[in-house]
Unconditional design. Structure first.
Lengths: 618, 304, 192
């Protein structure tokens, strides 16, 4: 079977319109349309993509051009999958929104835009779809807690879009009026550097990387809970897509730094990626809101993707691509788990929550698996990608980047553990003993699927590695990841007699399973323990009857936070003072140009006319 | 299939060996410390008695996560130990003893223990976990930088590969080849083992032994087994990375004993840091030395 | 002369097997006594010399522990006022079984010099079961060590059964506790 990609885009849009119409009549039914729609789109793209049935011919949208590339397919499958999984949550959250029908429509429209971005071969229409995503997702955000977050998102996205547009026009100019996507790789000289800077800028804004990260935590905290999951797992990956085009596709930028064998441009990206990791980690550690914490963790993981890409080695780029998969799955699962808790408990503030596990064990397990993957611990997907990125960083011998990656990796244990300890574990607070109950089956279903996939990507990486190899061939890159049976080959040093480093995830998972089995045997043969209440706990002989007093959740990492809390507002203050400067500049302009005295206005008009005419004469 | 089962059996043997070795070593070192303080000290097999006693007692349990965490902790650590090479030829899964497995698979055990401790509902346990994780953030970064230097130099992240590179004479033992890095690694190892001055997260008089506050009976016994195997993994990691591994078991035992005994003696004369002191300490000199060592070794190529 | 012919070993009953396991467990338990020190009275000052190089209790396998869950022996070192008694009972009930109690000084035996105080209990044995006493006011450090060795002997001879008595005679102990304290668990000004 063969279908054009435009059918999918049109179908998505049609589903969106249907969801709107039906949603006007009945809220829930409209949101169920989003489930049907996104599942159909995901199923269709994945099935046809793997069987080679997708085509880029256009019959209806004749003004655009599509091309089926492996990396576009890669991204499209991930993002539509994330949309499909998150859409299961829509019916349960739809009541909270002011405009439920509009929500369902925009949800589908942003998916359509994302697919358009991934398959457009015309850069101008790529930009059009890019903007389409921004504009549709923009109105999803204010349906949550705060409207202000949307303006932050808009501000940064606008900056990113303009940078992308500028880069595209530069490419257009350099390629004699061709908007084709392959033109990115063929620009040279100063143009190349400018295009690189602007495209990376666009990627950084979308990915929420330092120093353009301010919007990400605001949006992910304040957006409706399912939308946060979509942003973190799906729409953020648009940034990774642009980053892949800019960093990998354009090749090395600038001169080579001899001692580490890296291009200067890539070095800058890697440094900014490393800063993103460190900033995200440090900020995530001190958050009290579980969603905000996960938002900063998304930022930090985006840094890993950038570091991986900028290494420009097989291990690095493959690690970055693998991290996109692993993080999309894990982060969506984590956000969904928190959303499920927020639905019944009414808050995501960790200091107000505690002991949720006793009522929501499945949600807890989903969250646990997700954070194991996010922290890069085997046997989950995140381990493999982090391992490959580590390999690449060591291979290049970049010490400071290595420090950042290690710091982010160990730091992620700290912050992902925080919601685990404060929100799920600890004392069961009395206010949740009655009200909280496990999420319904249709909310658990996507979460369980995501958890299983987290394990699958961590145990059998073969399918995804094959896909990544196909992407390398498709992008005409000279990279390749060799699979040795079930094992992934790491970097080969070139030193004689030393083979490549091997990682066998299946073996690790088996051995871990054996270990747990042995531990379980030890546990089960020994005397059964006496069940006691959570409140019956060591208090140095004191009698404590209040659960809150025995629940440690406020300022969890206080001693560590104290060490850097002076420095956390640097970037925010920078943007604030930048805003002030812009405002002052505007006031200054206003004073000169738009005064109440007509003669001054007339003078400026005349001056401008003279200037323009004079310029024309020259 | 048979081969894999053999290997797994072999791996379990390594884990058991590690447990027995470290438990005996722990007893012997308690004896040494006692002799230094003019005491007779316990029997050398005291730690075995302690663990079996704990396993024989009737424990209390705070719910399923409390038990599940303990099983996950011990399971993760046993799994990690199964990958550990003892000598360059005695290794259960040849070629797969990747350094990163030890660093990250051990974390499963740690996560399990932390989860179980928090599940007990005691605030002191959560404080202990917080301190343990913070300490981990402190010591792991300089240590990883040093190890990455070694991996870059030897060109392999396989532990036996690194050990063989030192034995065949491509490199001196890395304690000689990378003297600054060695000092850093010793300090990090002290942190890993939770020896004074970095035992802030146990602190019995302050937070009532931290994560272990609610454990008694078999759960505590299993955590003790886990603790012994963890120490085995960390010390042998150090032996393979910096002391040239071992050709024979005897050499391994000697090196292991020396490393553990020296660290024990050092820790016996030190006091305890506060938790923020631990962090600032590790991020000051050890990290600086580690970076200097990496710069010298990788970019200048000066390896003794 | 005994026959050398092979005889079928007699299968042990479940009770006998349990007993064997219990004896093995007792060996470990008596050689590894972890203490929880409830240092309310002056006798606590005898513990440091017992622990350090002068008497070195570690050679018996004993050592201090941080929480009641981990400990085997509860050391009650001296007089117990009513306020501390309820906390002692709470602590004792948190210990995991088998558990033992050692009473220090004459205060735990008959009230000692506080025998006529309205705020201090006289016989500890009325409230929680005590396995071994160390008499004296205050006891010598040798006596303290001797008390520990006595406890070890008691465990060996299966006579340290205080924790079982606490189960079987629980009603009696509870009655004594309530009589003295009113109620064991309290809601005072700190716990509304």
């Amino acid at each position: 079977m063969e279908l054009s990609i435009e059918i999918f885009i049109l179908a998505t849009l049609a589903f969106g319109l249907m969801a709107y119409v039906i949603g006007r009549l009945h809220k829930q039914l409209g949101s169920i349309m989003t489930i049907l729609g996104s599942l159909t789109i995901f199923g269709g793209i994945a099935y046809l993509g793997f069987t080679g049935g997708l085509t880029g011919e256009t019959a209806y949208l004749t003004f655009t051009q599509f091309e089926i590339s492996e990396f576009g397919l890669f991204f499209a499958i991930i993002v539509s999958f994330v949309f499909a999984m998150v859409s299961f949550f829509n019916p349960f959250f739809i009541k909270q929104y002011k405009y439920p029908a509009l929500y369902s429509m925009l949800f589908m429209f942003s998916l359509a835009g994302a697919i358009g971005v991934f398959f457009s071969s015309n850069l101008l229409y790529l930009f059009f779809f890019f903007e389409f995503v921004v504009w549709t997702s923009l109105f999803l955000i204010p349906m949550g807690r705060s409207k202000k977050a949307a303006s932050w998102y808009y501000g940064f996205s606008a900056a990113g879009s303009f940078m992308l547009l500028f880069a595209i026009l530069m490419i257009y100019n350099a390629n004699n009026g061709s908007f084709h996507i392959s033109g990115i790789g063929s620009v040279t000289g100063t143009t190349q550097i400018i295009v690189f800077i602007f495209m990376s800028g666009a990627a950084f804004t979308k990915l929420g990387a330092f120093p353009l990260h301010i919007w990400l935590p605001k949006v992910l905290t304040n957006a409706p809970d399912p939308v946060s999951a979509v942003f973190s797992g799906g729409l953020e990956k648009l940034g990774a897509f642009v980053a892949l085009l800019a960093i990998v596709n354009m090749g090395g930028i600038g001169f080579i730094i001899p001692s580490i064998d890296m291009y200067f441009g890539q070095m800058i990206i890697a440094t900014l990626g490393a800063l993103t990791i460190v900033f995200g980690t440090l900020m995530a550690i001190r958050q009290d809101d579980a969603k905000k914490l996960l938002a900063y963790s998304s930022m930090s993981n985006g840094g890993y993707i950038l570091v991986g890409f900028s290494m420009l080695t097989s291990q690095g780029v493959a690690g970055g691509l693998y991290h996109i998969v692993a993080h999309a799955i894990a982060s969506t699962a984590a956000f969904l788990a928190i959303a499920a808790v927020a639905r019944v408990a009414g808050t995501t503030k960790m200091k107000e929550l505690g002991g949720i596990i006793h009522k929501m064990p499945v949600t807890y397990m989903v969250y646990l698996i997700a954070i194991i993957s996010m922290a890069g611990i085997p046997p989950m997907g995140g381990f493999i990608s982090k391992w490959m990125i580590f390999q690449a960083v060591i291979d290049k011998g970049m010490i400071f980047i290595a420090i950042a990656t290690v710091f982010g990796s160990i730091g992620s244990f700290l912050y992902v553990f925080r919601p685990l300890a404060a929100l799920f574990l600890g004392q069961e607070l009395p206010q949740f003993k009655k009200t909280v109950k496990e999420a319904p089956f249709f909310m658990l279903l996507p979460m369980i699927i995501l958890s299983l996939l987290s394990v699958y990507t961590g145990v059998l990486p073969g399918v995804i590695i094959d896909f990544i190899n196909k992407i390398f061939v498709d992008m005409q890159l000279n990279y390749n990841i060799v699979m040795n049976g079930f094992a992934i080959e790491g970097y080969t040093s070139g030193i004689e007699g030393v083979g490549p480093s091997l990682l066998n995830p299946l073996l690790i998972a088996c051995v871990f399973g054996v270990g747990v089995f042995v531990a379980f045997l030890i546990f089960i043969v020994l005397k059964k323990s006496k069940k006691i209440d959570l409140m019956d706990t060591y208090t140095a002989g004191n009698f404590v009857y209040t659960e809150e007093h025995l629940h440690y959740s406020v300022d969890f990492y206080a001693p560590l936070e104290r060490l850097y809390e002076k420095y956390i507002h640097i970037m925010k203050n920078f943007y604030k003072s930048l805003a002030n400067k812009v405002r002052e500049f505007g006031a200054f302009m206003k004073y000169f140009f738009f005064t109440n005295k007509p003669e001054i206005t007339v003078f400026w008009i005349v001056a401008l006319m003279v200037f323009l005419l004079w310029g024309d004469v020259l | 299939m048979i081969e894999i089962l053999m290997n797994i059996g072999f791996g379990l043997g390594v884990a058991t060996f590690g447990f027995v070795l470290q438990t005996a070593m722990g007893g012997i070192n308690r004896k040494i410390a006692a002799r230094l303080q003019k005491r007779r000290g316990p029997k050398w097999y005291q730690e075995f008695i302690d663990i079996f006693k704990l396993l024989s007692k009737r424990a209390t349990s705070h719910g399923w996560i409390f038990d599940f965490g303990v099983i996950m902790a011990l399971g993760g650590i046993i799994g990690t130990a199964m990958f550990m090479p003892i000598t360059s030829s005695i290794v259960a899964f040849e070629g797969y003893d990747n350094f990163f497995i030890f660093v990250y698979l051990i974390a499963v055990g740690m996560l399990g223990m932390a989860m179980s401790a928090s599940g007990s509902g005691n605030p002191l346990a959560s404080i202990g976990v917080m301190r343990a994780l913070t300490t981990m953030l402190a010591y792991e970064v300089p240590f990883m930088v040093v190890v990455m230097t070694i991996i870059k130099l030897t060109g392999t992240s396989s532990l036996t590969g690194i050990a063989v590179a030192q034995q065949t004479g491509d490199f001196n033992w890395f304690m000689i080849a990378l003297p600054l890095g060695f000092i850093v690694a010793v300090m990090s190892l002290m942190g890993m083992l939770g020896k004074k001055p970095f035992e802030t997260y146990i602190a019995p008089a302050e937070i009532a032994s931290g994560p272990m506050v609610e454990y008694g009976g078999k759960q505590l016994g299993m955590l003790f087994i886990m603790h012994e195997i963890t120490i085995f993994i960390e010390v042998s990691l150090f032996v393979h990375l910096f002391l040239g591994g071992a050709e024979t078991i005897i050499m391994f035992l000697i090196k292991y004993f020396i490393v553990y005994a020296v660290l024990n003696l050092v820790s016996n004369v030190l006091g305890r840091f506060k938790i923020d002191q631990v962090v600032t300490f590790f991020f000051k000199w050890p990290l600086f030395f580690a970076v200097v060592q990496a710069m010298i070794a990788i970019h200048l190529g000066w390896v003794i | 002369m005994e026959s050398t012919k092979y005889t079928q070993p007699v299968a042990l009953s479940k009770k006998q097997v349990d007993r064997k396991w219990w004896e093995i467990g007792d060996f470990f338990r008596r050689n590894s006594l972890w203490m929880l020190m409830y240092c309310t009275g002056c006798c606590a000052i005898e513990l440091p010399p017992a622990m350090t190089s002068a008497y070195d209790m570690e050679r018996l396998g004993m050592g201090p522990m941080a929480t009641p869950r981990q400990a085997d022996v509860l050391l009650v070192t001296g007089y117990l006022s009513l306020k501390t008694l309820r906390r002692l009972i709470y602590t004792y009930e948190q210990m995991s079984e088998p558990k033992y109690v050692v009473g220090f000084g004459s205060c735990t035996i008959n009230g000692g010099i506080y025998h006529d105080s309205h705020a201090v209990i006289n016989q500890l044995d009325q409230y929680i079961p005590v396995d071994s006493y160390v008499a004296g006011c205050m006891p010598n450090t040798e006596a303290v060590m001797n008390g520990f060795v006595d406890l070890i002997e008691l465990i060996k001879n299966k006579k340290a059964n205080g924790w079982k008595n606490y189960h079987t005679n629980n009603a009696w102990y509870k009655k004594n506790q309530i009589d003295a304290l009113g109620e064991v668990r309290i809601k005072d000004e700190f716990h509304q």
